[in-house]
Ligand binder design. Sequence first.
Ligand SMILES: [Ca+2]
Ligand SMILES: [Ca+2]
Length: 142
Amino acid sequence: MFVDLDRNGLQDPGDSGLGGVQLVLRSESGGVTPLATTTSASNGAYSFSNFDVQTLLPSDTEVYYVDIVIDQPALKAPDGRSYLIASPPATPDPVNDSDGVAATVDGKPVSRATVWFPTPTRNETIDFGFEEPPLLLSLIHI
Ligand SMILES: [Ca+2]
Ligand SMILES: [Ca+2]
């Protein structure tokens, strides 16, 4: 989980981690019902450890989703506006690119990444980049 400070869609050394962001794991067959939830650490890292992936995997064809509700405190700029989902990079980079795309789940805008677990259980390439909302310029006419 990172703030894409240079707005290139990639997690670079200069980008900062984003902590306190709530994430929800869902599956295609499970609909909107959460399988697990977690919160990103201060460096932006996250993991889902409070479920047993084996119980989810009689089928290795199941599709999973990691969803981040946009309207949450950790994704707000000081002026109250929400962060934006980072744009895709010019060149795909599975390890460092941002995987979240805009979607609506249960009536709420989310950043959603689609995940397959070909073998349980580690996948360290699912990243979420956000951009700070653009600066507002106020013009005062006298
Ligand atoms: Ca970047
Ligand atoms: Ca990635």
